[in-house]
Design a protein around this ligand. Structure first.
Ligand code: DPP
Ligand code: ZN
Length: 848
């Protein structure tokens, strides 16, 4: 397969002055007529062939300046030789035919439940018409849609309509990946927003008939996002209309098309009865994320797909700030770090490691990764820490002023920070080009008055990058005295070399350091500490993140000893968790997080990082013993807490209520370890919202006595596709390891297992690959099951299949038998005739 390199970048030889598209929609034979006004690009002087991207298009006609061309497309596009082109500006017209009904890849124009919709990022537009399908070609689009369906939408403003047609005009030049079109029998949930300079924006959330009642939360979230971006970043919306459409069949979470965001319906639709607290929180965050892209992504876009983190890292960072402001910064930071470690550290530690800005790719869809998104966001957070909040605000103002309307690069981005703050960021640039998670080792020295912290950094080799250089690491540190009072408040140490010492003078007693407060850099901290020290920090640290982190590290330390030596959990951890649980001055959401045991995959990763070979069965058994021991220790408090945490009144999705429910469900899970599910069965029967219903159901599944409730759940919710996804995924994820593969095979035979729907596929196969001990069963049945399904899905939907193949990216952690079994499945996948480019690249990288 052909490799694309960042270093090969050249501008396209033409500018696209205007695009006019006409769609005559029909399921099997949609006609797309395109008129492109082209002019020579002064950045690429000389004579060039005109090369347009195009895949799977039946060319009906092509003409330049009204004169028909005799050209034949090849498999990836259309070339018009330089000799056939006029000098100076000209107009190219094409007409093609496509078949949206047969488009199972859900890329380009496709159909979902009788509605037409599009997904063009990254390279889907070339499946719609012949076009320079690259983000640095920006143009204003005018779109006419003809169809008998009642609702016809595209980007920008509605400029004219009649029976069976509508015309849309988007005045803002945009790359083709932001194009969108929707046609269907849809219902609108409407709202309104007035920007701070007085523009009235008509808002609508478009859904299938019957779903209108589940749009309030999405609309409220959108309005909050619009206001927040004005208040915090000074960014206003720039069209008279903003539409969101919910689609059931969607490869990703959502898409930020200009003025017409298209969403996976699971990130739009919510009601207390059908959506959990986590769903509500995710909807709010994703609505915000896509809205924020209007400035960071759309007004300023990426020069090429290597720069994907330019828009994604920044926009994730912005949505994280937003969620922190709406909810709790401390809780949000803990959740983000859990996700970063589970996905990004894992990616960095395996065969798929790549820089935040990759230097090459085969299929760009394979690079919508935790590294580009989540590590990309961490880099923005570090920049902000290094230059301060004011420097950051100035840099962002300069970024918007300087690059509005442009397709920019990471170099442009860093230059803005240098110009706005006067800092030299040449070393920081390495964070974008060097893969792998740095490890920072801590050594302490105390000589009666002076305390010295010595920090060392090293980044292990990653594929294609054997040698690593030091990166600048902001390490936020505070010092506590032995009574637990803070004697040195948070200071940011800048570790730029391989090894540096930092001295603190004039201390009366040897302090206890709190290091990497707020998780100030995406690194692994190696610091030998006793259980007692960690318990001390969990009790006394003034930094909420590090309080949690101390408890987490302590739990991992205890669990690691249980796995390796069968040790019993010591008293420090039990007593420390008990104190947190009973401390009513602490946010219940925070207490719930402190009660959560480290996950099995997380433990496997931790043991591997420590140089050990994780045994999934031992981890599973030890984690169960640890949970049981905790439940016994806390038993006297649990029933009282469970009652006290009950919320009066009807369900509300706010963070405070969600936190109380989370803690109450954590208590219920502990009680289930003691009573075998008696209380959980009662809680299930009494639940009046989906959070409590699935929370109790999860307890019962783990207790192995959920048959009646699973059957009742399916009867109650069989008609509801999003709720049934939960029914599938809970069973897949929580099935007892010994029989999980068989149970999941049974789920795939269920009549409601519509495997062509990405949400349903992820709910069963994706959730199973997160069932650590079940997936990694020693006989390889788990691996085989997942590989079989990936092979089946690949020809229909390569993008989703390739994404899910990352289940296999941890082979190097495990014993030789498991490594061999995983290697054999990857080889089997790679040997499939006609395997997609997406999957070929992924399996190849994992086998290398
Ligand atoms: N650009 C989308 C997002 O991250 C994904 N295609 O929001
Ligand atoms: Zn995004």
């Amino acid at each position: 397969p052909q490799v694309q390199y960042l270093s090969d970048y050249q501008p396209w030889p033409w500018l696209v002055r205007a695009v006019a598209l006409t769609f005559r929609l029909a399921p099997r034979a949609t006609r797309v007529a395109a008129r492109l006004d082209l002019a020579p690009n002064p950045a690429r002087p000389g004579r060039h062939d005109l090369r347009l991207d195009g895949e799977g298009l039946r060319l009906i006609r092509a003409a330049i300046g009204g004169v028909a061309l005799d050209v034949t497309p090849d498999a990836t596009g259309l070339t018009i030789p330089a000799a056939a082109l006029p000098q100076g500006p000209f107009t190219l017209e094409t007409e093609v035919e496509i078949a949206p009904e047969g488009n199972t890849a859900l890329e380009g124009l496709y159909m979902s439940n009788g509605m037409y919709c599009t997904q063009c990022e990254a390279e889907g537009f070339r499946k719609i018409t012949f076009y320079p399908d690259r983000p640095d070609v920006m143009a204003p689009f005018r779109v006419r849609v003809e169809s008998g369906l009642p609702v016809l939408l595209s980007n920008g403003n509605l400029v004219a309509q009649g029976p069976g047609w509508a015309e849309w005009d988007d005045p803002w030049p945009k790359p083709a990946y932001l194009f969108a079109l929707v046609a269907g029998d849809l219902r609108a949930h409407r709202g309104q927003f007035t920007t701070r300079s007085g523009r009235k924006v008509a808002l609508a959330v478009w859904v299938r008939p019957g779903d209108e009642g589940r749009c309030d939360w999405a609309m409220e979230s959108l309005i909050r996002s619009m206001r927040w971006d004005e208040e915090v970043y000074g960014r206003e919306y720039d069209l008279d209309i903003f539409n969101i459409v919910a689609v059931d069949d969607f490869n990703m979470g959502a898409m930020e098309n200009k003025g017409l965001n298209i969403f996976n319906s699971r990130y739009v639709l919510a009601s207390p009865e059908t959506a959990t607290d986590d769903d509500f929180a995710r909807i709010e965050a994703i609505i915000a994320h896509e809205y924020f892209h209007n400035w960071t992504g759309n007004r300023i876009t990426c020069r090429d797909w290597f720069q994907l983190c330019l828009k994604e890292g920044l926009t994730v960072f912005r949505d994280q700030q937003f969620t922190g402001d709406m909810r709790s910064h401390a809780v949000k930071r803990i959740e983000d770090v859990l996700l970063l470690r589970a996905r990004q550290f894992r990616e960095d530690a395996g065969p798929l490691a790549h820089p935040v800005r990759p230097g090459s790719y085969v299929e760009i869809n394979n690079f919508y990764t935790a590294t580009v998104y989540e590590k990309g966001a961490e880099l923005i957070g570090m920049l902000r820490r290094l230059v301060g909040a004011e420097g950051y605000a100035n840099a962002l103002d300069l970024y918007f002023a300087r690059h509005d309307g442009q397709a920019a690069t990471i170099e442009d981005w860093l230059k803005v920070f240098e110009d706005a703050t006067g800092r030299d960021l040449s070393q920081f640039h390495r964070w974008y080009t060097q893969a792998g998670t740095p490890r920072v080792t801590v050594a302490e020295d105390w000589d009666g008055g002076t305390y010295t912290l010595t920090l060392e950094q090293a980044t292990p080799p990653t594929p294609g990058q054997p040698v690593k250089h030091p990166v600048p690491i902001p390490v936020a540190v505070g010092l506590l005295n032995p009574n637990g009072d803070e004697v040195v408040p948070t200071t940011v140490l800048e570790l730029t070399g391989a090894r540096q010492s930092f001295r603190f003078e004039g201390l009366a007693a040897r302090p206890v350091p709190s290091i990497l407060r707020g998780f100030s850099a995406p690194v692994i901290l190696d610091h030998d500490r006793t259980d007692a020290e960690r318990a001390f920090l969990l009790a006394h640290d003034t930094d909420t993140f590090n309080r949690w982190e101390a408890g987490r590290a302590l739990a991992k330390q205890v669990l690691a000893r249980m796995v390796t030596d069968n040790a019993a959990p010591g008293p420090d951890w039990l007593a420390a968790v008990e104190r947190v649980l009973l401390d009513e001055t602490l946010d219940p959401a925070f207490r719930a997080l402190c009660l959560r045991l480290p996950g099995e995959d997380d433990m496997a990763q931790t043991l591997h990082t420590a140089g050990l070979t994780p045994d999934p069965d031992r981890i599973h058994a030890a984690r169960k013993r640890l949970g049981d021991r905790l439940a016994q220790h806390l038993a006297p408090h649990l029933p009282g807490l469970y009652e006290a945490l009950a919320l009066p009144g009807p369900y509300t999705p706010d963070a405070r209520a969600a936190g109380a429910r989370a803690l109450r469900l954590a208590v219920l899970a502990l009680m289930t370890r003691i009573d075998g599910g008696t209380r959980a069965a009662r809680a299930y029967a009494a639940a009046d919202n989906m959070t409590d219903q699935t929370g109790a159901l999860a307890c019962l599944i783990e207790a192995g006595r959920a048959d009646a409730e699973l059957a009742a759940f399916a009867r109650q919710w069989g008609h509801d596709r999003l709720v049934m996804d939960k029914w599938f995924s809970l069973q897949s994820a929580l099935a007892a390891p010994a029989g999980a593969a068989e149970l999941v095979a049974g789920l795939t035979a269920h009549p409601a297992f519509d495997w062509k729907n990405p949400n349903r596929f992820r709910a069963v196969i994706g959730a199973f690959s997160g069932n650590h001990a079940g997936f990694h069963r020693a006989d390889g049945a788990g691996y085989r099951l997942v590989a079989d399904w990936l092979i089946r899905l690949d020809p229909l939907n390569p993008q989703t299949a390739a994404r899910m193949s990352t289940a296999f990216d941890t082979a190097t952690r495990y014993d030789a038998d498991r490594r061999g079994l995983i290697g054999a499945e990857l080889a089997r996948i790679l040997a499939v005739p006609g395997l997609s480019r997406d999957m070929t690249e992924m399996a190849g990288r994992m086998l290398a």
